[in-house]
Design a protein around this ligand. Sequence first.
Ligand code: ZN
Length: 483
Amino acid sequence: MPLFGPPNIAQLEAKRDIQGLIKALAYKDPEVKIAAADALGPLGDPMAVEPLAVLINDEDPGVRRAAVRALSARGGVRVVEPLIAALQDRDPGVRGVAAQAVYRRLMTDPDQDARRATAAALGRIKAADAGESLLRAMMDPDETVRVASVKALAAIGDVAAVGPLIVMLAHEQYRAKTSGRSSLAVERAAAQALDTLCDESAVDALQTALGHDDAEVRELAIKRLARIDSPIVAEMLEAHLDDQDPIIRRSAARGLAEVGWKPPSDEIGAHYWAALREWRRCAECGPAAIPLLVAAFPRAQSHERSDIQAALVSLNWQPSEPDAIAASYWAAQGNWDKCVEIGAPAVAVLDDIVRSAPRWRERVAAAAALKTLGEERSAPFARLDLVQHALGVLDGEGEDDEKRATLTSFLAEEHEFEPSGDQQVDWCQCGYPSTRILKDETRELITDLLGLEQDGSNEPAYFCPSCDAPQPAASVEPDGAGN
Ligand SMILES: [Zn+2]
């Protein structure tokens, strides 16, 4: 090498002379520095990182660009800070090269520590253009990179992140619910980022998220919207009180309640109370409530149906169509013949009553109506005919003693006990036949005459169909067992 000439970069490169190339980085001529940097880049030697980082502050923009290229080619955690510094270069050309380098490294650096550090640094300098890349980095396979990207987006204040953050949060919550394998750190970061980003400027983004296919996304969006204290939002929430989606309706109503909104006693109020499934309050808003109550009825839980039905009665509503709500209406009035007239649409309503009405006499009546419709059930009455007959005797004319005698001989005829075997009938407090006493004083429930309630794992429980009294289970013996 000539003593005073410039270093021969091509030769140093050919010999892979790292030390020589690093030395050349300090040469005064920018062309030499650029050539040395370009040669060092692909070699990726760790020793070159510091000297290349120094060139990020070189006075020549061409040198600075070459340093960015070389550091970017090398990658890893140690190039993150110099590249981020170049992002803020005074020269637009350098900034452009640096941006390309940073965003490529954020996506592709094989070292997750480098990807995470890049995301964090972008947040720290509030890199306004980083949004799109950080949104992509939210899908990083590494959880810590995802968290850093989410935090960076929050720090930058990029409202465009609101929609994707909501989708991400919904996804994590869904995973937590279905597999228990969500990332709590990502979930927390996304929620905190949304806390930061969801102010009035996020209203449009949230409105867009309300149109998402996924119900969880819509729910999160409306909840976030509801937390923004602004007249525009209240108006928007009002508009969603009659949304097609019940989750949106409910969240909109809850949001309005949270901001102290008072429901008027009109159609809007009716929608509000219907959204909260407060059917009686809904009816207080007048006739506007009727279509809402009627529409809610078919899909309401059975315990709500009686509320809806009572609300409709309070509005002097009368059924006009032979449908389920009409069946419920007539059943509530005890008009079982009307239920039978309605036919098939009444079956589900009657089944509900048979399964869960608090009064067992209603269950008997509903079971009888079902039987008339050709829909006889084997439960809760094993022998509906016997139950009906026994109730008929009990409710008829005559003294108690006469009724007992009548019932005793009827039950003997029906082989519900054996008078010849010294068996006796015992009675519920209301006089209904409930138990047979065997010769040895053992007591057995006459299960054919009682109402059976059996939910899942529980022991079967029997009730008097006349007075609803539970029958002591301890005395139940399986038929034919023991004596
Ligand atoms: Zn009784």
